[in-house]
Design a protein around this ligand. Structure first.
Ligand code: UT7
Length: 330
């Protein structure tokens, strides 16, 4: 009997309607379109405004509903809903439980998975393991973040980078050997001093002082994070290629976390890939944290062919990073 593999069988996505352009940011902080474009590759990003919807769950539900409609499945068939996110609706109650109820996944269990910008990548490993074990048949993995809820729009080092958005994928068993093939996932807690949000957790509960001192916004030491991101994201992707004997010709697509175009270029160069094999949408969405990888699949779905070799790579706060090799199944 063939080993059961876990394949992605459907994709959905959603980005909010409001477009925040670099030009608009020039009016808010001391920055300019030229700096943002050359240093990051970003031209615009989406922001979820109250008039449209509230909270990360809104984005996650929209992405899941898009997938359910396209795949034409009954949500009651879903066994598990994982919401990969760094910005859950609130601290204690699971956002995923709310999402599962709202989309009609009545027979599912649900939980959130938090690993900053690597949340979705790590979630792929989790979702695939449940399928490979044979215990569950349909796992819905959603990557969703409302980064605007933790951004200081007076801080030009962070507010220009991030945006809001969500993507969803369905993992199902595959008997042809397609789906997740290998993974290389790592974490290094010494990195939390360079990227994170100090307030709001158990180390620094909200106080008047913490709010006044802007501790409930994301902070990043960009240059330090950049160095780690380049070497670790590229290193993980190279490692995955090497141990699966994949040459640059064997790789059909790099699916890289969209943090900075220069990090993406460094990763694809290390892998020896031409630009036309590199998925990229950072120019229109910025860094949507957990949303980047599934939103790439959402945008490129029509170009993918059954059997294509995809290499995913991500790097995020914690630090967390890694790479996954997956064969496309449809
Ligand atoms: O997704 C999670 C992981 N995150 C990442 O991977 C992000 C990694 N880091 C980066 O992508 C980059 O470090 C940034 C895009 C955040 C910043 O780019 P950089 O090339 O590393 O810039 P820098 O921080 O070294 O700053 C260079 C200069 C500084 O001015 P001086 O000191 O040289 O005079 C900054 O003050 O650019 C200045 N600067 C800006 N100028 C215009 C910083 N932000 C801005 C801005 N507009 N928005």
């Amino acid at each position: 009997m063939n080993k059961l593999t876990a394949a992605i069988t459907a994709v959905g996505g959603y980005v909010p309607k409001f477009i925040l352009t670099n030009k608009m940011l020039e009016e808010i902080v001391d920055t300019n379109d030229e700096w943002i474009t050359t240093r990051t590759g970003i031209k615009e990003r989406r922001v979820l405004k109250e008039e449209e919807g509230e909270g990360t769950s809104f984005l996650a539900i929209k992405a899941a509903e898009d997938l359910i409609a396209k795949k034409n499945i009954n949500p009651e068939e879903i066994d598990l809903v994982i919401v990969a996110t760094a910005t859950p609706d609130n601290m204690v109650a699971s956002t995923a439980a709310f999402v599962a109820s709202e989309i009609g996944a009545k027979d599912a269990f649900a939980y959130d998975l938090l690993a900053a910008c690597s949340s979705f990548l790590f979630g792929m490993s989790t979702a695939a393991s449940y399928i490979e074990s044979g215990r569950y048949k349909k796992v819905l993995l959603i990557g969703a973040d409302k980064m605007s809820s933790i951004l200081d729009y007076e801080d030009r080092t962070t507010c220009i980078i991030f945006g809001d958005g969500a993507g969803a994928v369905l993992f199902e068993p595959n008997s042809e050997g397609l789906g997740l093939q290998d993974e290389y996932l790592r974490a290094d807690g010494s990195g939390r001093k360079f990227l994170g949000m100090e307030g709001g957790g158990s180390l620094m509960p909200a106080t008047v002082e913490s709010v006044t001192n802007k501790k409930h916004y994301i902070f990043q030491e960009g240059r330090a994070v950049f160095k780690f991101a380049v070497s670790n994201m590229a290193g993980a992707a190279a490692e995955i290629m090497e141990r699966n004997s994949l040459s640059h010709e064997d790789v059909d697509w790099l699916v890289p976390h969209q943090a900075n175009k220069r990090i993406i270029d460094a990763t694809s160069n290390r892998m020896g890939l031409d630009g036309d094999k590199v998925m990229m949408n950072i120019q229109k969405y910025g860094n949507t944290t957990s949303g980047t990888l599934p939103l790439l699949l959402f945008d490129y779905e029509k170009q993918l062919k059954k059997g294509d070799n995809l290499v995913f790579a991500a790097f995020g706060g914690g630090f967390t990073w890694g790479s996954i090799y997956l064969k496309w199944a449809y």
